[in-house]
Write a protein that binds this ligand. Structure first.
Ligand code: AMP
Length: 285
């Protein structure tokens, strides 16, 4: 049985459960409080703190885990990211006081103090940047540190950057880009490798489907040569006959979400009618 470690609370917990649900692994409703849950005969889920998941997986207590890439890097454990799950996107950034003199990493004075909940990542990054800093580990709310006089700089996660601005801080560098990943040991036990591959394949099909829609439309047969340009599809559009309609055919194709508005507009311009857009549950190339 495959043991999978999932975040029990925090930002990643809900979206992780949603992903598993979409992938057909319905977790028991009381799973929020339970430490473990069984999903059929194939999966045993352990609910632990996102920060602890790299250790659980690296030590073999779980065969796979879902956690933020920032936490994997900070753990300094050797793990393999098998799949980017597409949520929990954020950046780990260095920031300084807006009204201060530090605008870029080259301005950071020797001995500057850096408050962060990511001491390993920050220490390594500043060393590689050739800056000699003192790391001040904090467990959270590092954005207050420069105003409290505890540090001149912080290293913290941001998604929009608005928290930094509200706190009078200016980003000076991005240390890493993060998102939720499915991670395993670099060489999982051979008896679970097949189950891991299946899990990666299933989750990947859901992640791939999320950013895409299925578009169907009736188009004039005369416009068919221009359809592949408007509706390229996964392997080219599907074209089918419409009963008793010699002048029109039905075309179907997968479209990236961000291209949807333009696709519908172009289909209309080609004389399409009955344009139907639906969600896709899973997509396996
Ligand atoms: P937390 O909810 O504080 O336990 O954060 C868990 C993880 O959520 C972090 O380690 C990141 O991988 C991720 N995350 C995504 N967006 C953000 C954000 N804006 N700020 C902090 N963490 C984020």
């Amino acid at each position: 049985m495959l043991r999978l470690a999932l975040p029990n609370k925090g930002r990643l917990a809900e979206q992780t459960l949603e992903l598993l649900d979409d992938a057909g692994f319905a977790l028991p409703l009381n799973s929020e409080r339970a430490l473990t849950a069984r999903v059929g005969d194939e999966l045993e889920v352990l609910f632990v703190r996102a920060q602890d998941i790299p250790e659980f997986v690296a030590d073999g207590a779980a065969h796979a885990g879902v956690t933020g890439w920032d936490l994997v890097v900070e753990s300094e454990r050797e793990l393999c990211a098998r799949l980017d799950l597409g949520f929990g996107r954020c950046r780990l950034v260095a920031a300084a006081r807006e009204e201060g003199p530090v605008r870029e990493v080259a301005d950071v004075p020797a001995g500057a103090r850096v408050a962060t909940a990511f001491p390993h990542t920050a220490r390594r990054w500043f060393a590689e940047a050739g800056r000699d800093v003192e790391i001040v580990p904090v467990s959270g709310a590092s954005e207050a540190a420069p105003h409290l006089g505890i540090a001149e700089l912080i290293v913290d996660l941001v998604s929009t950057g608005s928290t930094l601005r509200v706190n009078g801080l200016r980003e000076i560098a991005t240390l890493l880009h993060s998102s939720a990943r499915l991670v395993t040991a670099p060489a999982p036990a051979p008896e679970v490798e097949g189950a891991i591959e299946d899990l990666v394949g299933t989750l990947a099909s859901v992640v791939r489907a999320r950013g895409r829609r299925y578009v169907m439309a009736n188009v004039p047969r005369a416009a068919l040569d221009r359809i592949p340009k408007v509706l390229p599809g996964w392997n080219g559009p599907t074209v089918t006959e419409i009963l008793n309609s010699g002048a029109h055919v039905a075309v179907h194709a997968v479209v990236a979400e961000e291209a949807l508005a333009a696709t519908v507009r172009e289909l209309k311009a080609l004389g399409a009618s009955g344009i139907l857009v639906t969600r896709i549950e899973r997509l396996t190339p």
